[in-house]
Design a protein around this ligand. Sequence first.
Ligand SMILES: Cc1ncc(COP(=O)(O)O)c(C=O)c1O
Length: 512
Amino acid sequence: MTNVLVPVGLDRNSEEPIYRQLIRHVRAQIESGSLPSGSRLPASRDLAQQLNISRISVVNAYAELRAEGYLSAHAGRGTFVAGERAASANGTGSPDFGGVMLAEASPSALKSQADAAPIGDRSLRELMRLARKPGVINFSQGSPPLDFFPVNALRHAIEVTLDRDGARALGYEQTEGYGPLRSAVRDYVSALGIRCTSNQVLITGGTQQALDLVVQSILSEGETIVTENPTYLGMIDIARARRVNLHGIPIDEDGIRIDMLENYVLERQPRLIFVMPTFQNPTGRVMSLHRRRQLLNMAGEFNIPVLEDGVYHELRFDGEPLPPLKALDDQGVVIHASGFTKNLLPGMRIGYVISDHYHYERLVRVKQAADISTPGLNQRAVHFLIERGLLSQQLERNNRELRRRRDAAMEACERHLPPGTRWSSPDGGLYLWIELPRSGPTAAELYISAIQHGVAYAIGSIFYPAGGGTYRLRLNYAVHRPAEIDEGMRRIGRAWHEVSSDYADMEKPPLL
Ligand SMILES: Cc1ncc(COP(=O)(O)O)c(C=O)c1O
């Protein structure tokens, strides 16, 4: 059986990722009968070359079509149109996808129509939606575990709030936030060493909104934020949405590299420094005390505000806590953003930002324009939970359980991941940061096979604003119980072994 002709009409400007377009084309050919049962498809490397797209796009498209039952693979012989699907095909007419047949297209036509770029961030995110398939052990999300959420206590808090405040709980709240909650935040952060008044506390729709408000109130379009590399995906999204640049500075064992940061600041005068000093997302790193002080000195010297994201600060189960940057800030350069989302529950969307008065005024104006106020009922219910001491109880219990899950995850890495894999050993937070051996597939290349084995993770490259992290993955170990963690890791190991031989001969991207 000869190789079939595959149509191309790939639109590199489309919102639809290239590998999805390819799936659509091949599927349509099979369904129309023009790719009959038993037809052999070109080898992934050949098709990638012919279409001038990355091989991983073809590999992923074939893998997905295999999972859907359209194709079957025979070791050593190639990829074929599967029998049953072809039998149900209903016609023999030539396909018309608005494209050209591969055999008829000139190389230049192919080049202009196909995606010559390596798999991009958009495609990776699209790929990661596959994590929602039923039966998949999903390590990819950023959520705390569902089994930590205090459902009954919240139900009680809402009932009490409504009985106590009636319609007042359902109106517009002050933009700055519900007064008693602002005071509770002041008291809560003072236990972490942050001195402020409740007039410096603005309640926000989660930490995410706090970050976005700070970016909006400080930067204009085209200006630059400098951050850790890799960094929080939500900040990459904010920077894109607000049309500001995000520049990443590498991190070492102590946190962001101050020497490189200082050079960058001198040369480019960024408007804001964004860091996650404790349990950085995605790496889980903790910035050392010395580095914290260096950062503050440098920011003070150049008078650049530092946006500190403290959302994982309290999820510590090992080691000694370090003060947040805001607690060390004598020069007033730090804006502190955090929330009761990772440590209590994310769905009520209660976050806050603490800043000096100059920034505060602007933040309130931007918040007002964004959504007038954070829902009053949510603020009051969360305030009730904090006042009743639920937060501290939860933290103690949850952190104990997080440690157990972290231990299970590290044992499972040891047991199931291929030799040469390296992983972090976090003292807190939700994530393991893993580096695969370079002898095998990259994290993106492994992904579809991992999904087929019933496991998903966050592909590391999505956390690098300018590319990198090709062999990295982030695993949220916290959302699963130990037995499931072990099974998930076993599936990753199996997927890796299955695909690694396919990739042994592929050219490797440079070390990043
Ligand atoms: C570093 C970091 N900041 C902010 C957020 C957003 O948190 P919230 O749910 O409080 O908006 C997340 C969520 O994953 C995060 O990882």
